[in-house]
Ligand binder design. Structure first.
Ligand SMILES: C[S@@+](CC[C@H](N)C(=O)[O-])C[C@H]1O[C@@H](n2cnc3c(N)ncnc32)[C@H](O)[C@@H]1O
Length: 304
């Protein structure tokens, strides 16, 4: 019997190929695609296992995977997680049940219109099969306003429909590349702290938590019904220090702000420039500083 991994490898070799490399198939607030060029020289070149406990749209993992395929970065073993249950269910189906997922997505795509958007939004995910849940998640993500993920206190998705003429809900070819990159990858719905149970010395962990807001009026992104405030930021810094003592290689993103820099003052704090994607105040659009913390010396002399 051929496994899904073998089928995917055959399709990739015969008809699709890994170019362009896998990329995010979801819109995700705080996605790191625009920062990859700045992160590239800062990634460690060799490590054991890769962990990403705030996975979101997985921009960094897709990129690392393509670098690994080219042989520019060496690692073995991957563990990806996020606390958002719908998101993780979706990655599990992309990894292990792609044909059925594509069938469900195709149905939603063919029937997309405003009336059906709100009907699909009203469905209770708990009354659907897990593959229908995954397809609903991708469908809503690609057709809702700005790709926002926002839920109310009881966890119900409440974003209105976006005004796209012809939303690109999915590309089967793109999902095949993503699925290939997820074969043999551990994917888990869990709080970031469980990385302590898995990470071993010489593993590399990239942390991309919800950012500390730069002002009281800064737009708040509720990725989940669980809050991520000062207490969670402090707990995260403790996890970072524990893993540093264990001998792991660590990289962390957050906003460029004094309270965050204070939490990581023993490590390399690097300033990156990012474009502000969404800001209703035109004067505040443009480049803003972001913080990148690493606990190892970046090997600038060996650009990948
Ligand atoms: C800034 S986003 C990550 C974006 C991602 N790096 C990308 O490129 O798309 C932060 C993520 O943290 C997740 N999250 C929030 N609280 C969490 C927690 N306590 N444990 C694990 N993940 C959490 C959210 O669901 C969200 O996907």
């Amino acid at each position: 019997m051929t496994t899904l991994a073998t089928q995917l490898a055959l399709q990739l070799n015969e008809s699709i190929g890994l170019e362009p490399p896998p990329q995010p198939f979801l819109k995700w607030a705080g996605g790191k695609s625009q920062l990859l060029a700045q992160l590239l020289p800062l990634f460690p070149k060799k490590f054991n296992c890769y962990h990403e406990p705030f996975l979101g749209g997985a921009a960094v993992y897709w990129y690392l995977f393509s670098l690994k395929e080219k042989g520019t970065i060496l690692f073995d073993g991957v563990r990806l997680s996020d606390i958002n249950e719908e998101l993780i269910n979706c990655y599990i189906h992309v990894r292990s049940n792609l044909d059925n997922l594509i069938q469900e997505l195709d149905f939603l795509k063919r029937n997309h219109n405003p009336e059906n958007y709100y009907k699909v939004r009203e469905l209770n995910p708990l009354n659907l099969s897990s593959v229908q849940r995954a397809a609903r998640f991708i469908y809503l993500n690609k057709t809702c306003y700005n790709g926002l993920y926002r839920v109310n206190r009881s966890g119900k998705f409440n974003v209105p429909m976006g005004s796209y003429q012809d939303p690109r809900i999915f590309s089967a070819e793109q999902l095949i590349r993503n699925s290939y990159a997820l074969q043999n990858v551990a994917i888990e719905c869990t709080n970031f702290q469980t990385v302590l149970d898995w990470a071993e010395p010489s593993d590399f962990i990239y942390f991309d938590p919800p950012y500390v807001p730069l002002s009281k009026t800064a737009s708040f992104t509720s990725y989940t019904k669980y809050p991520f405030g000062q207490e969670q930021q402090r707990e995260l810094a403790e996890v970072f220090h524990t893993l540093n003592d264990r001998g792991c290689k660590l990289m962390l993103s957050n906003s460029w702000s004094e309270p965050v820099i204070n939490l990581y003052q023993n490590f390399h704090c690097i300033e990156l420039k990012a474009s502000r994607a969404i800001n209703s105040n035109a004067e505040r659009r443009g480049k803003i500083s972001e913080l990148l913390v690493i606990n190892y010396s970046p090997d600038y002399s060996n650009p990948t």
